[in-house]
Write a protein of this length. Structure first.
Length: 120
């Protein structure tokens, strides 16, 4: 893994997360897409970026694209991130926690939106 690309992915991911938390969903999408252009620089940030991308797209009522981003996050996590049952999350355990928390949040955001839509 190229550490410069991984550092850039972290910086761009962080900018996207801040934009999302502030409610600037289009800006969040732009930053997280930049992370994904560096795909493979660090799979942990790919998972985290896809999760934020899913939530931002959902907030903009782009349900199909949101679901696609969440599906990507789950696939990358399953394929590339350490499994807790193996007993060792490696040196990137802190980043692993961030990616897992954001993925769970994204699942909740998309589920809540689906539930609200079903009630209408």
């Amino acid at each position: 893994m190229d550490s410069n690309r991984a550092d850039l992915a972290l910086i761009e991911f962080s900018k996207g997360l801040v934009a999302y938390r502030k409610g600037f969903f289009l800006e969040a999408i732009e930053w997280e897409q930049k992370v994904l252009l560096l795909a493979g620089a660090d799979p942990t940030w790919d998972v985290a970026a896809s999760s934020v991308l899913a939530m931002a797209r959902q907030r903009l009522s782009h349900g199909v694209e949101a679901q696609a981003a969440l599906t990507n996050a789950l696939k990358v996590a399953d394929k590339n991130l350490p499994k807790p049952e193996n007993g060792d999350l490696g040196d990137g355990w802190c980043e692993w926690i961030v990616a897992q928390a954001l993925t769970q949040e994204a699942v909740g955001v998309l589920s809540d939106s689906a539930a609200r839509a079903a009630q209408k």
